[in-house]
Ligand binder design. Structure first.
Ligand code: PLP
Length: 480
């Protein structure tokens, strides 16, 4: 075989595919990453180098212009210049610090590159995907869950709303004089409204319900929202509940939304992209009580569940519903006569070729059991609680809301300044902190004000770091 490989292809291809080179490079890469992990956990170095997009582009333009060289040297540069999610000072967006075992599984999946649109193109990944979906679906309380993994919550949302529309079309006929709409809270992730726009529902196709002082959907206003929409010539066909919301990690009352959906015969979709992870944790799963009544639920394993992005589960309560989104024919891929081929995943998902995401999830699930996910959820939630208590006890700070998740939004108490001035101060404080590099945190707008926002994603962030973050905020406010 080697003789064929050597004689029929160029030197360049031979070098690129040489198994011995690969073996050696692979070992060195693992050493590089293990070293990086050790440094990150020890809090050495910065979370993120602060470089402008233009300068970063020029850097890589030059590196690429040099060409050739060793992959390792190139990868070292990449590692050095990337944000370090395993650093305990990372308290930013909701992307996990992946478990190394899941990353290694991803590496294996990428070399094998099984495309997965049809069973034949990824038998092992397809079977594992069904296992992940069924196990997770049962944790949500579904008796016969069905669904698939897909590339991100945004795509899962679009797919769920397409399924809802398809069901509505079969009930009410195609959209014509009655144009459809989605009801959701003003705090829902923007992917719900983006999906509505993609489906051509436009601005009027997104009916926002106000939130209460804890940023939860005012379920008492659902009926009014429905009537408002119908008066404007829209027919709501689906309600999206947030479990939890992005900005503050607030959980909507899923039972109340389910009651409303039952009364009005609407599709109920739960955006559990972030907070659905509590399904793994006995003490916290009551946060999503009522999820078992949803028609569809989405959960990002790349958020709270230690899996490298992207790995989203879209799970339907009822097997039949999982076929609703796409009725399209692609006869060259599957036998159209066979109606319920669970194993040809491209029939149900938006994607044709996709990554073998199930491998990453299953590798750590099998090795550590579901308790790995539970522990991560428990630790990160407890960090948020500790942080919130520290903020509450300190007269220099105020917290937006008592955390239900691992997300905490806070501000300095700045009574002496006007609202606009105080917002400017918080923007500058954040910019100063991330330029310094010891922490990476984000900001959000709540009730028209800028708040510093932390998502405590890294289970190795400790009380010390949280205390230092508070001090750093105060110091930075004095400087900027
Ligand atoms: C509640 C919620 N839904 C959906 C999304 C979008 O998910 P993704 O980034 O995987 O597309 C996010 C992302 O932060 C989110 O917080």
């Amino acid at each position: 075989m080697d003789a064929v490989r050597e004689s029929n292809v160029s030197n360049c291809l031979n070098t690129a595919f040489d198994p011995e080179r690969f073996r050696e490079l692979g070992h060195r890469v693992v050493d590089l990453l293990a070293g990086r992990l050790q440094k990150s956990f020890a809090g050495e170095g910065v979370v993120r180098e602060s470089v402008s997009p233009e300068d970063e582009f020029r850097f890589w333009e030059e590196v690429m212009a040099q060409g050739g060289g060793d992959e390792l040297e190139f990868l070292e540069k990449f590692v050095q210049r990337s944000i370090q999610l395993h650093h305990p000072g990372y308290v930013g967006h909701q992307v996990c610090a992946p478990a190394p075992g899941a990353a290694v599984a991803g590496f294996v999946g990428e070399l094998l590159n099984n495309g997965m649109a049809v069973y034949e193109m990824g038998p092992a990944a397809t079977a594992l995907e069904r296992w992940v979906i069924e196990q997770t679906g049962r944790l949500f309380g579904f008796e016969e869950p069905a669904g698939f993994l897909t590339s991100g919550g945004t795509l899962a949302m679009l797919t769920a709303l397409l399924a809802a529309r398809s069901q509505a079309t079969s009930k009410h006929g195609a959209e014509g004089e009655h144009r459809f709409a989605v009801i959701t809270s003003a705090e829902a992730h923007y992917c719900a409204s983006r999906a509505a726009h993609v489906m051509g529902w436009g601005e009027q196709g997104v009916v926002n319900v106000l939130v209460d002082s804890r940023f939860k959907m005012r379920v008492d206003l659902l009926e009014e929202a429905y009537e408002r929409a119908t008066a404007a010539g829209r027919l709501p066909v689906v309600v999206v509940g947030s479990a939890c919301s992005t900005s503050t990690g607030s959980y909507d009352d899923l039972h109340a939304i389910a009651d409303f959906c039952e009364r009005r015969a609407l599709w109920f979709h739960v955006d559990a992209a972030h907070g659905g992870a509590v399904a793994f944790c006995d003490e916290l799963k009551s946060r999503i009580a009522g999820v078992e009544r949803a028609d569809s639920v989405m959960l990002d394993f790349h958020k709270m569940l230690l899996t490298p992005a992207l790995a989203t589960a879209l799970i339907f309560r009822d097997r039949v519903l999982s076929w609703a989104a796409f009725q399209q024919k692609a006869d060259y891929l599957w036998d159209i006569a066979a109606q319920e081929e669970w194993f040809n995943v491209g029939r149900r998902s938006f994607e044709c070729t996709k990554l073998s995401m199930s491998l990453k999830i299953a590798a750590i699930w099998r090795r550590h059991g579901a308790s790995l996910f539970a522990e991560n959820v428990r630790k990160t939630h407890s960090n948020a609680r500790i942080f919130w208590e520290m903020l509450e006890a300190d007269p220099r700070f105020e917290a937006a809301v008592e955390p239900e998740s691992n997300i905490v939004c806070f501000r300095l108490r700045t009574q002496s300044r006007g609202g606009g001035e105080s917002d400017e101060l918080h923007k500058r404080v954040r910019a100063h902190l991330i330029a310094d590099g010891e922490f990476y945190l984000v900001q959000t707008v709540l009730a028209g004000r800028i708040w510093l926002r932390t998502a405590l994603m890294n289970p190795f962030t400790g009380e010390n770091q949280l205390r230092s973050l508070m001090d750093a905020v105060v110091e930075s406010a004095a400087r900027v």
